[in-house]
Design a protein around this ligand. Structure first.
Ligand code: PLP
Length: 375
């Protein structure tokens, strides 16, 4: 039996999404930009998907820009905004590298510190805002520790101190758990990625609110009203819409069920393993996140042992797996390096079961003990 506790890295496809996509790999293969019957069929599917995605994100259909995933949506928001309105970019220290590195690639950027719980320091943010700032990026929920950011307060601070700035939020990890249509309303730009909520990989969306000036970062045939060129990934977009719809329909119930599973997992591990600590404030996290640190253990060795015992987990963000440096998120939260090196991220999802938690509780404590004895 394999217990998959790495939903923050990617999620299994929802059956509704697979089913919705299949016809677009076979008979309905048209290029949605064309004008004949086969193309029109693809265009109709694209338009319907756009309406669904807009509805699920609290946006108008014309405000949706389909992208090739979350990384591209974040880059379009930050680099595209900077190109339209050159100036200073501001982001938090716990952003995903898609945001951190996009900001870092610009001529001028500032990084806002976070509290010990991974929440943006609002005073420090205010201190970094001035009229030169043209884009501010604060994620809705963090991919490593699950911390939820106070977007409405961030928005108030930005509107007050940086009149030319737009607020971007990376809602890639949030969508499965939070009402992004409501919470994301505070932002001008909102990025999501289908594979984090049961849709296919390589497709995402950026909400660009009406009147917000963003230049394209990919130039070509002028699709997406010239905001993102490239032949439409109709199957992917249709799959994303189906996954969004089913995520939203079941979200409240899933959050309640998974939060209870997460609590049982976190409490069980902390009770069974001495010298373990939980990262962040559980009351201010997305339901699927369980992040613990075990002193005297190296994450990478623990992951290998857990993998051998059938448990798929992560140390930091997926793209950092294998790196020996402590994660930038934990460092920004002030977690000491000895503790951060023993980080374990268990991320639950809508398909996680009681049996998964039982097996994780059986396997993880002896694995930690074995590594501690060996060191
Ligand atoms: N932003 C966050 C918070 C993420 O967790 C990820 C993926 O790990 C991304 C952006 C990148 O999304 P994608 O994998 O679709 O490029």
């Amino acid at each position: 039996m394999t217990v998959y506790l790495d939903h923050a890295a990617t999620t299994p496809m929802r059956p509704e999404a697979v089913e919705a996509m299949l016809p677009y790999f076979t008979g309905r293969f048209g290029n949605a930009s064309g004008s004949h019957a086969v193309a029109r069929e693809a265009r109709k599917a694209l338009d319907e998907a756009r309406d669904i995605v807009a509805d699920c994100l609290g946006a108008r259909p014309g405000e949706i820009v389909f992208t090739g995933g979350g990384t591209e949506a974040d880059n379009l928001a930050i680099v595209g905004r900077h190109t339209a309105q050159p100036g200073t970019a501001v982001c938090t220290a716990v952003e995903h590298h898609a945001v951190l590195h996009a900001c870092g690639a610009l001529s001028e950027s500032r990084v806002v510190p976070v509290t010990a719980d991974g929440v943006v320091d609002l005073d420090a943010l205010t201190g970094m805002l001035d009229p030169s700032v043209t884009v501010v990026s604060v994620m809705l929920a963090n991919n490593e520790v699950g911390a939820i950011q106070p977007l409405a307060e961030v928005s108030d601070a930005v509107r007050a101190a940086a009149p030319d700035a737009v607020l971007h939020t990376d809602a890639v990890q949030a969508f499965s758990w939070l009402d992004v249509a409501r919470l994301g309303a505070a932002a001008d730009l909102v990025a999501v990625s289908a594979h984090k909520f049961g849709g296919p990989k390589g497709v995402g969306a950026l909400v660009v609110r009406e009147g917000v000036d963003v230049e394209p970062i990919i130039h070509g045939g002028g699709q997406e009203r010239d905001r993102r060129s490239g032949t439409y990934n109709v199957a992917g977009i249709v799959g994303m819409a189906a996954a969004m719809q089913s995520t939203v329909a079941g979200r409240a119930a899933t959050v309640e069920r998974v939060a209870a599973l997460r609590d049982r997992l976190a409490d069980g591990l902390l009770a069974a393993i001495p010298d373990g600590s939980e990262t962040g404030d559980r009351a201010n996290k997305i339901a699927g996140n369980c992040h613990l640190c075990f002193e005297g253990v190296e994450s990478e060795s623990l992951l290998v042992l857990l993998d051998g015992a059938g448990v798929c987990a992560a140390a930091g963000s997926a793209c950092q797996s294998g790196a020996i440096e402590p994660s930038h998120v934990l460092t920004a939260m002030g977690v000491p390096a000895e503790r951060a090196m023993g980080a374990l991220r268990l991320s639950l999802g809508s398909t996680t079961t009681e049996a998964d938690v039982d097996l994780a509780l059986e396997v993880i404590p002896p694995a930690v003990e074995r590594l501690r004895r060996a060191s």
